[in-house]
Design a protein around this ligand. Sequence first.
Ligand code: NAG
Length: 409
Amino acid sequence: MSSFKIFFLFVLCIFSGECDVLYRQAGDEISLQCDSPSHGDIDWEFNSILLITFVAKRGTQRKGTSNEVAHIHSKANANGGTLKIPRLETRDSGVYSCRQSGKQYTVRVGSVFAKPAITRLGTEAELHCSITGEPQTKVQWLSPNGLPYSKINQVISLKPVTSEYDGHWTCQIKDLKMNVRLTVVDLQTNDVEVPEGGDIVLPCSLSNSAFNPRVVGGKWQADHLPSVSFPTLENTYDKGLHWKGQNSSKVKFTSGKLGTNFDIHLIKVQRSYAGEYVCTVEFEDGTNLTAVATLKFVAGPSGGGQIVTKVKGPWTKDVLGVQLWVWIAVGVSSVVLIGLIILTALVQRRNKQMKRRVRKLRSMRQPLTAKDYCQCNRSERNMELGKVMRPVPVPRQQRNAYNSPKPYN
Ligand SMILES: *[C@@H]1O[C@H](CO)[C@@H](O)[C@H](O)[C@H]1NC(C)=O
């Protein structure tokens, strides 16, 4: 601090009486000035306990003897009228005073943290901005988008946590600004459906965050399949994050470096595979996230979910790049179509013939008059004769020649 600044603070002290409260963040260093007019020894006290003395004649310092201040004087440094305390801790909060000038400083050490630092989307998180010795003092929070947050308590609760909360939060008190990072992540999966004997992807991935936290472990687990071995996550210096384990005839996974995707493949799924599969991811700070995917069976080859390859029966065999059943479907519909066309042609032809016949008949027929009817009783006679006499067909024109309706023969 420049002497001008100290002077300025001193003036402010006179008028307001509160400028001697200094806010610092844990880990910071503070430098205090005694402002003594004399050039003799300088004694510094912490909460009225002798902390350290600067011996002017020899230019050395002498530490206080009280155990209560040992944690401070072990790192404190008094030189001339200046007291420096590095690496502040919350227990270093208190009143520092210079005996010679009577100058007092109230030092407040603040700390800020998010609990939990890695929070699952939709759950709850707390942001703590604690000022040692002043639990009631209001603070100003700035959200990751830089806007002031509505609550001004030292502890704020965020519920439910949204992706907008992901980022750096600032707790501000007087001239002290402290930042804390809140990481909002989600581990996502979804239920899958598969036909018997099919292959399927068990999905599991981390949603993106402004800072993807370091994954140090994890696994896939299915309690109903004790005989199937699933891979575990391992993060090593040389290989990075990767699956530890061997591909088997039932489970397959990549051997490459992993990012935020932890999908694995189940091969030739059997009925006994139906059930819950748990994906777990563990972060550096010990936070664990789990996601549960349920595997169900579907009857046919058509199902939802994330089916990669379906049952490869004879119907699904590829022929010239198209599945066999497609060819069969095309063939059957062609035959049906051709049949329909032939049928239509035949019907049309028959209709035409019928029309022609009707027209011919109409042109032959003359309007009938009363004399055209022949009254015959041949059927009675035939019955009497006991034999059927077939009448000789007589052309209509000729029949018209008969004037009287006489029986034949
Ligand atoms: C598992 O098999 C796939 C191919 O089916 C291969 O790409 C992958 O590297 C194998 N993984 C391991 C861990 O050997």
